[in-house]
Design a protein around this ligand. Structure first.
Ligand SMILES: [Fe+2]
Length: 279
């Protein structure tokens, strides 16, 4: 310590084309809910926008030289789409080979209501969806928050996550980790841990279970994505940091990545927009 890592989220290959097919009414209906989509001037085919933005995100990582990169979900838009995954991995290969990359599953990667089949396909393509790793006396835990969002098809997966999270954080605490950090796709909450149901957040019933484990083990921070805009909140000393998209923005924050600095006393962070290069 100290060390840096980069958090990215939602490169979401395929989203620009998908959104470009929305009607004026569909765009307006989402804007009413605070989801700031823009009517495309013409239909988009392919994923040139995602390629440009994710390439810039990887370039940014190569220049900032973090200890590792984490991508907090929605790597692709259409669950299991081979072309989207191939393009994601083609660009990921440009990341300096000394920088490890960790994947977190998002709702577009495993489906809004994950099934054992969609989770199995994800594991085949990206590896485990629930796992942890250590770096410089800090412990990072990744869970499949789409299961926490809707476990109806896979109740056993939710039970496994609760068991895993409790055991994993307690073991890291016993081992003397300086910081415990949770990496997820869905934010746990927007403003307060006791707020009601929200469009983007984990429902209170299961949020409370996760929060209980985080509080019991004095976790330092949760990093999430999914909202395609930045949002910052806390629960006592626990930071709840939601990071805007590498891909299509749904708020006023531009596409970007977050550089996080960890030292013994604090976790600090800064959002780097993926600005257009000078003409
Ligand atoms: Fe998402």
């Amino acid at each position: 310590m100290p060390f840096n890592f980069i958090q990215m989220s939602d490169p979401q290959f395929g989203m620009y084309a998908s959104v470009s097919s929305y009607s004026e009414e569909e765009v307006e209906e989402r804007r009413q809910r605070g989801i700031l989509m823009r009517k495309a001037s013409e239909p988009i085919i392919g994923f040139a926008d995602e390629t440009r933005l994710y390439t810039r995100a990887i370039d940014k990582a190569n220049s900032l030289k973090p200890d590792f990169v984490v991508v907090c979900g929605d790597m692709i838009h259409h669950t299991g789409d081979d072309a989207e995954i191939a393009e994601l991995f083609r660009i990921t290969d440009m990341l300096d080979e000394s920088i490890p990359i960790h994947w977190v599953s998002g709702n577009h990667d495993v489906g809004e209501s994950p099934t054992s089949e969609s989770i199995a396909l994800y594991r085949q393509k990206f590896g485990a969806d629930n796992y942890s790793f250590d770096h410089a006396d800090c412990h990072f835990t990744v869970i499949n928050s789409s299961v926490a969002s809707d476990p109806s098809n896979v109740p056993n997966e939710w039970d496994r996550i609760v068991q895993f999270l409790g055991d994993d954080l307690a073991a890291a605490r016993r081992a003397g980790a300086q910081h415990l950090v949770l990496l997820v796709h869905h934010p746990l909450f927007n403003e307060r841990a006791d707020e009601g149901e929200g469009y983007f957040t984990i429902p209170p019933e299961r949020r409370d279970v996760i929060m209980g484990i985080l509080r019991d083990n004095e976790a330092s921070a949760v990093f999430a994505g999914h909202m395609h805009r930045n949002n910052y909140a806390n629960d006592g000393k626990l930071l709840m940091i939601t990071t805007g998209a590498v891909g299509y923005p749904l708020g006023s924050d531009p596409s970007g990545v977050r550089l996080v600095t960890v030292d013994e006393s604090a976790i600090t962070h800064r959002y780097y927009p993926l600005a257009e290069p000078p003409m």
